[in-house]
Design a protein around this ligand. Structure first.
Ligand code: G16
Ligand code: MG
Length: 219
């Protein structure tokens, strides 16, 4: 194992609750609809514009607005979201992650972030983790979102490690699929029934250690 490719939301910290809060406010204010709680998990790993389109579809307003109006709404959501994530601190890092990053650094494993979020650099800065990563893949540069492999291929390329020498960590089914199609070894965090395609699954981030990743890689 020469590289580890990290998903952000659900692996390093919980941003889904802030995305949901911002989308809910946008939906209420601009579209007059209330989003069901299921949208919090349904939008995980889905790009900003695809999330916006799913919400318009839910509101039965998919043809009501011009592309510029839709962009403006997505931008407004991002402003609301930025206010929320501006409050993130080191205490919001999931248990076990700081220890894992230290262990990987000691073992000279390169670390890259494979998040669909354009705000990933800002989030890592707020968490005090920016310096721990060798690279952050830019989602604006990839053609297809998860479950396509693109963001994981880009994350591996940025640390100059072949994807087959990497372990990817994900909490979402589409993310695990993306890791596998990129040719990397997938470690899932969460329910093993949901993440069946992963090479190895742990119940929580606390269980993520260098040795667990190395064992998954050698399997
Ligand atoms: C995250 C979230 C998604 C969000 C996407 C884009 O993905 O899970 O809900 O829509 O990023 O975020 P932004 O609007 O900040 O660019 P990931 O891949 O970190 O789980
Ligand atoms: Mg995730």
């Amino acid at each position: 194992m020469q590289g580890v490719l990290f998903d952000l939301d659900g692996v390093i910290t919980d941003t889904a609750k802030f995305h949901f809060k911002a989308w809910s406010r946008l939906a209420k204010e601009k579209l007059g609809v209330t989003l069901p709680a299921s949208f919090e998990s349904d939008l995980k790993g889905i790009s900003r514009i695809d999330s916006m389109n799913r919400i318009l579809k839910f509101a039965k307003m998919e043809n009501k607005y011009s592309a510029d109006e839709v962009d403006a709404m997505a931008q407004y959501k991002n402003e609301l979201y930025l206010k929320e994530i501006g409050k993130l601190t080191q205490t919001d890092i999931f248990p076990g992650i700081e220890n894992l990053l230290d262990e990987l650094a000691v073992n000279k494993v390169k670390l890259s972030v494979a998040s669909a979020s354009k705000n990933a650099p800002f989030i890592l800065e707020k968490l005090g983790l920016r310096e721990q990563f060798d690279a952050i893949a830019d989602p604006a540069k990839v053609a297809h979102g998860k479950p396509a492999p693109d963001i994981f291929l880009e994350a591996a390329a940025k640390i100059d490690v072949d994807p087959t020498k990497c372990v990817g960590i994900e909490d979402a089914k589409a993310g695990v699929e993306a890791i596998k199609s990129a040719g990397a070894v997938a470690v899932g965090v969460g329910d093993s029934n949901d993440l069946k395609e992963a090479d190895s699954v742990v119940a929580s981030t606390e269980e993520l250690t260098y040795s667990v990743l190395e064992q998954a890689f050698r399997k």
